[in-house]
Design a protein around this ligand. Structure first.
Ligand code: XUL
Length: 544
């Protein structure tokens, strides 16, 4: 048991993180590779290539190959490869990767004398991959939605309304713009399964945690939906990977990895998944529907375990699969850490200043509301970036701007997760922003819940390693529960706790509170409601 190590690799928007753990939560080893600084040749900003059109956001998969080479080299230099029993991949969700007819043969015959990125640049039929930040497929979403009988039918079938950043609409756009390249495409997969394919040396299956975020699967049966696949592009079914609905071993590490990096040939590779489904595991939330999670990373997300499918009518949010074959809900916001950073940098603040402002200024910001759409927004759908401000502002008032961006993000999370049912008593916060005590304090007030954050912030990579451990141990006939795996990191040991203060909670939740004001401002900007001036005045009268 002592040497049973498990590895998680998380290829997120901005970096590749490696986590290696044993079964007791001791000797956790971590390493992160930042794309912008390590691979300047790809000219990424925050890990992605932004086009002139702000809705078009891609990444070069060759950069990911370089990062995987470097991650494997790190494991080898640390003498870890031969001790790893199982490995699993987490990745930013939704981005689609296009492989040509030669890809399978090239992956099966890799030369251990050379790196991955030296011998695989020719496997792609599309040079760059649209990623989750891409929102250029609005027209394709309309077409798919129409073909499937409208938004609510699409949501019922696929778990989400037709969604700009999902693979189905991305594939449809590719087929429409480049039919000849689509014809040359043998397989279209998501990033988690693509990286897993590189580990096993052949095209890997895709799990439902990621697969349901495509608008191509039937979430009721856990299979690709023929009508959704047909609505996206012709002859797509034969190009999609096999879909699996519960963690499983998809193969042993390839001969290439054994020879090049010194892996044991018996090392199991467990199906990869999206970063949010992996974070759910890393936070110990499998089978814990009463605790919700907020991830404050490049994207902000709210998610939680959902043992039974929700039939609530909704226009936003998604259902994805979980490691144990059940489902989770998720709502995603594109203007996460980058929006907070814009405000921080504009006023020359440090993250400590940002946190102190949130801890020391009064809740409600005197009725000032900002809608911080620095980038096109996912929830609610806003395709043209623009910052909207309501109430009275001084341009140089740093505290008002800091509070406004944080309150806006958190109120949007609260309001757009209304459909998920009973509010949790506790919220676990993860990713980079979870270090910020001011943000944790503000979440506790906006949600009226107790908030926990943890020492290990890379819950996606941690979750991938736990998935590997859970699946392999089960196969060995020596099962370890999800709770036992998470306990040393999450379930018992919050590093920081924030509590709701009834008076501050009231500032948001009162009938004339700030949540109502925010809702009115959002509706006004989306052209679905009247000028919120009267609501703002009422708020100011009640909460001076
Ligand atoms: C979730 C989503 C983002 C990405 C970021 O639906 O689009 O959270 O997974 O990595």
């Amino acid at each position: 048991m002592a040497d049973r190590l498990y590895c998680g690799l998380d290829l997120s928007t901005q970096s590749l993180t490696i986590v290696v753990l044993d079964l007791f939560g001791k000797d956790l080893q971590q390493h992160a590779i930042n794309f912008d600084s390590q691979y300047p040749g790809y000219q990424t900003e925050g890990g992605v290539i932004m086009a002139d059109d702000p809705t078009v956001v891609h990444a070069d998969p060759k950069m990911w190959l370089e990062a995987l080479d470097d991650a494997l080299a790190w494991l080898q230099n640390k003498n870890l490869t031969q001790k790893i029993n199982g490995i699993s991949v987490s990745a930013q969700q939704h981005g689609s990767v296009y492989l040509n007819q030669d890809a399978a043969a090239i992956l099966a015959n890799l030369d251990p004398a050379r790196s991955l990125h030296q011998q695989t640049p020719m496997i792609f039929s599309r040079e760059t991959c649209p990623v989750w930040m891409d929102s250029s497929t609005n027209q394709e979403c309309l077409e798919i939605s129409q073909a499937l009988g409208g938004a609510s039918k699409t949501t019922e079938l696929t778990g989400s309304a037709a969604t700009e950043r999902f693979a189905g609409p991305q594939i449809r756009k590719f087929w429409k713009l480049h039919p000849e390249k689509y014809d040359q495409t043998a397989q279209i997969t998501l990033i988690s399964a693509f990286i897993t394919s590189l580990l096993i040396g052949r095209p890997a299956p895709l799990d439902a945690g990621d697969g349901y975020g495509t608008n191509l699967a039937d979430i009721r049966s856990g299979t690709w939906s023929p009508s959704a696949v047909q609505a996206a592009a012709p002859d797509l079914a034969k190009r999609l990977p096999q879909l699996v609905i519960k963690d499983t071993v998809v193969g042993k590490v390839s001969d290439y990895l054994v020879k090049k990096c010194g892996f044991d040939p018996q090392t199991d590779v467990i199906v990869g998944s999206g970063d949010n489904p992996c974070s759910l595991v890393g936070l110990g939330l499998i089978d814990q529907p009463d605790i919700h999670a907020i991830s404050l990373g490049t994207s902000d997300t709210v998610f939680g375990y959902m043992p039974a499918l929700s039939h609530h009518k909704r226009s936003t949010g998604h259902i994805f699969g979980t490691a144990d074959g059940n489902t989770m809900f998720l709502i995603c916001f594109k203007n996460g850490s980058l929006a907070r950073e814009q405000i921080k940098d504009r006023f020359g603040l440090s993250w400590d200043d940002f946190s102190n402002i949130l801890s020391s200024t009064p809740a409600g910001n005197q009725g000032r509301i900002m809608l911080p759409y620095f980038l096109p927004e996912i929830t609610p759908l806003v395709l043209e970036p623009k910052i909207h401000q309501f109430g009275e502002w001084a341009a140089d008032d740093a505290p008002a701007h800091v509070r406004a961006v944080a309150e806006a993000q958190l109120m949007a999370m609260y309001l757009h997760s209304n459909w998920t049912g009973k509010r949790p008593q506790r919220i676990f916060v993860t990713a980079g922003g979870s270090e910020n005590e001011g943000l944790l304090h503000t979440i506790a007030q906006v949600f009226g819940s107790e908030v926990h954050a943890f020492d290990v912030k890379d819950s996606a990579a941690l979750g991938a390693a736990m998935r590997a451990a859970h699946c392999c141990q089960q196969l060995k006939g020596d099962p370890v529960s999800w709770n036992a795996l998470a306990e040393p990191f999450q379930m018992q040991k919050p590093a920081k706790v924030a509590y709701p203060d009834p008076q501050q909670v009231d500032v948001y939740h009162d009938n004339n509170g700030l949540l109502g004001v925010y809702k009115a401002c959002e509706a006004f900007v989306l052209e679905q409601g009247i000028d919120p001036a009267e609501k703002i005045a009422l708020f100011k009268k009640n909460f001076r």
